[in-house]
Design a protein around this ligand. Structure first.
Ligand code: SPD
Length: 284
């Protein structure tokens, strides 16, 4: 009977549909965006914002592990970490695997994303929601970085959606300059940087902008099966040395054993995997 209620749930992007077969459990409009929770055969329950795939129970690790571990395994100190966005809790869950993290500030603009994620996707945030180190603020991440004092974070992670709607301001110069300002000397900045295939222009612009502001930056490539084209990227940056390229063994041994995707070897390959057409564009 349940089978009859399923349908194709698609993200439409540039004339292509990226979909899962399943059913819609929740569809509502918050103060910021349309929020949809679905249940699918292949990837379990999932979240879409404004019709774009954000996460799904059986695909979240493809996205959250590569976003977090190069930064958290590479930074000299990881006591104070900032997440901008990340309302489903997956990024916080990965950060809180590290005992050295003492304070995790997570700034999410849309309280409904958090409430619905806790209710329908509890495994994505997992233990993070009850961890006393998590300082969750329902607030504008752009304001937060502009109001934070210099050198106040060891790691900054931007886990926003595509640069339309509420996440638009997370891809501009002013925001990135503030991130650079509030990052410690040996700190690491990390952001999702879209797809070289389905978001080619934004991907290029993001990398160029980050390279303009930070002294050191590299992009890691991997696969997130539910996102447009499946081909995805994450960009890391620092004030001087590419420490995100060198996971500390003391941390990575423990983390690797808890990961489905990330490992120091996987990361090494991912940092080498910039497609030739992107490399060529960046060299122009
Ligand atoms: N096109 C989708 C980009 C979404 C990136 N952020 C997802 C949030 C998961 N925590």
């Amino acid at each position: 009977m349940e089978q009859a209620l399923t349908k194709w749930i698609d993200e439409y992007h540039q004339g292509v549909r990226y979909g899962l077969e399943g059913r819609v459990i929740v569809n509502e409009t918050s103060n910021y965006q349309e929020i949809t929770i679905i249940e699918s055969h292949r990837y379990g329950k999932g979240l879409l914002l404004d019709g774009c795939w954000m996460t799904a129970e059986k695909a979240d690790r493809h996205y959250h592990e590569p976003l977090v571990h190069p930064a958290l395994c590479g930074a000299k100190k990881i006591e104070k970490v900032l997440i901008i966005g990340g309302g489903d809790g997956g990024t916080a869950r990965e950060c809180l695997r590290y005992k050295e993290v003492k304070q995790l500030d997570m700034i999410e603009i849309d309280n409904r994303v958090i409430e619905l994620s806790k209710q329908y996707l509890p495994n994505i945030g997992g233990m993070a929601w009850n961890d006393s180190r998590l300082n969750l603020q329902i607030s504008d991440g752009i304001e937060w970085v502009s109001n934070s004092i210099e050198n106040s974070y060891d790691v900054i992670i931007v886990d926003g959606s595509d640069p339309i709607g509420p996440a638009k301001g997370l891809f501009n110069k002013r925001f990135l300059k503030n991130c650079m300002r509030i990052l410690n000397k040996d700190g690491i900045f990390a952001t999702q940087s879209e797809s070289p295939e389905s978001f080619r222009e934004i991907h290029l612009e993001t990398i160029k902008l980050i390279r303009e502001i930070f002294n050191c930056s590299d992009t890691l490539y991997g696969c997130v099966p539910i996102y447009p084209s499946g081909w995805w990227s994450w960009t890391f940056a620092t004030k001087d040395h590419p420490s995100y390229q060198y996971p500390m063994q003391t941390r990575s041994k423990l983390i690797e054993s808890q990961c489905d995707i990330w490992s120091p070897k996987w990361q090494l390959g991912g940092f080498q995997a910039m497609p030739a057409f992107i490399k060529r564009e960046l060299e122009k």
